[in-house]
Design a protein around this ligand. Structure first.
Ligand code: ATP
Ligand code: MG
Length: 406
């Protein structure tokens, strides 16, 4: 992609009311645009990162046996009344609206009811189970505070998978496998080494659930009650407090939702049994924001190769020089032919400005095409993460880049 066609531009300052590091950097680098507190639009660069995270999660969910679908955002009152989660007294973060005829509807703040209601039509026999449907979806929550940038949106994009199993042990087996998938996901997006699986009180759903917490100086503090600690055999005094971000969680739901939805199947003996459910969530925006919080440095964003918007940032200096332009264009073409994703800074701007922008945007590898380099038949390469600069001979460049991208 030509940087001149990117539509976004870098900026020196984030909006004054933006206090989170993740959104400040993402806005300054042109990855997101702030609509209001807790509401962000994803610009071309941000969307590319989001899509790469989505692809990784989809791959892991499919390997786990998941089946992708898409549930609607508009939700009907009757469905949510079944589980007693329509009332604003019981759920404090609903966004609700009305149809022209006055009928109340809600915007999805979660998906359990939607899935139980849909699956009710298709589950009747033990032969129909287990099933693991999931979707990627925008979720709406009227969060009281939203000062953590994309980590806590009022509108955010997530993946939610729901497991429908015949019995506890079938559920447990899947639940354990899901932990491995989650670990793979956090490894693949580059924060696995800092992400820990933790016990959590399951809130209204179930006594225990697990959260995946990425350790960072950013936000988020969970306070455990003594009852939960006791039942886990843990001593409060021996626990170490770390600041972390919950990037994902998994819940055993038991029959909490299958009961109100009368979600039953006939077993091999013809007996009616309630389906055992589980839920498995990951916030994609939050995950992206967590990568920013953890991996950025004082110059800007630093993307792991797996989710970087582009693999290579190709920079020409200067654009007015015909030889430079020709060489850069031809290199851009060659890289593209080899399936390598390149952001090509073809703008008419000073070298210093281009380098600063490149550091801020955080693409893993920078290649500079300059007149001096062309004369010597070489290119200057800089690795964003380490800051290491190397001079590579023209004939060795493609091999070097291919290796790096791999
Ligand atoms: P939190 O305790 O941080 O509010 P939650 O318990 O409400 O999270 P869930 O409802 O289980 O989270 O949602 C599943 C996942 O969705 C979370 O693990 C997190 O990654 C993400 N998530 C939850 N709320 C938000 C939000 N407001 N903005 C962005 N991502 C979110
Ligand atoms: Mg919440």
């Amino acid at each position: 992609m030509y940087q001149s066609k990117l539509l976004s531009k870098t900026r020196k300052d984030a909006p004054k009311d933006e206090v989170s590091k993740n959104a400040q950097l993402l806005i300054r680098a042109g990855f997101v645009s702030k609509e209001m507190a807790g509401v962000y639009s994803y610009l071309p660069l941000g969307l590319r990162v989001m899509q790469k995270i989505e692809d990784i999660i989809r791959d892991e969910m499919n390997k786990l046996g998941g089946t992708e679908m898409k549930t609607s955002i508009i939700q009907s009152k009757e469905v949510w009344e079944k589980s007693n989660r329509w009332s604003d007294e019981l759920v404090d973060n609903w966004f609700k609206t009305k149809l022209k005829n006055g009928t109340e509807v809600g915007l999805s703040f979660t998906n359990e009811e939607a899935y139980a209601n849909i699956l009710k039509q298709y589950i009747s026999s033990y032969k129909d189970l287990p099933v693991y449907p999931y979707d990627f979806k925008s979720i709406f929550r009227n969060e009281a505070r939203s000062k953590s940038g994309v980590l806590r949106g009022r509108e955010f994009y997530w993946k939610a998978l729901y497991s429908f199993s015949k019995e506890e042990n079938e559920h447990n087996e899947f639940y354990e496998r899901s932990k491995i998938s989650y670990k793979n996901i956090f490894d693949r997006v580059g924060i696995g080494h800092l992400t820990h699986i933790t016990f959590a009180s399951g809130g209204t759903f179930s006594k225990f659930s697990h959260e995946f917490q990425a350790v960072t100086p950013a936000v988020n503090k969970e306070v455990y009650n003594d009852e939960v600690l006791n039942s886990l055999g843990l001593d409060k005094n021996k626990l170490v407090e770390l600041k972390s971000i919950e990037v994902g969680n998994i819940f055993s739901l038991g029959t909490k939702f299958s009961e109100p939805f009368d979600l039953k199947y006939k077993n091999e003996l013809g007996e009616e049994k309630l389906v055992v459910m589980g839920s498995y969530g990951i916030g994609l925006g939050r995950l992206m924001g967590t990568v920013v919080e953890i991996l950025s440095d004082d110059k800007g964003l630093v993307w792991p190769a797996s989710i970087a918007p582009f693999s290579i940032h190709l920079i020409e200096i200067s654009s007015e020089n015909d030889k430079v332009k020709k060489t850069a264009e031809s290199l851009y073409g060659k890289l593209a032919e080899n399936g390598i994703e390149v952001l090509y800074d073809d703008r008419d701007a000073r070298a210093g400005e281009k380098f600063n922008d490149s550091d801020l945007i955080g693409i893993p590898l920078r290649i500079v095409v300059s007149e001096k380099g062309i004369e010597k038949g070489e290119f200057e390469i800089k690795e964003r993460k380490s800051g290491k600069i190397e001079i590579i001979k023209e004939k060795d460049l493609m091999e070097f880049v291919k290796k790096f991208v791999e």
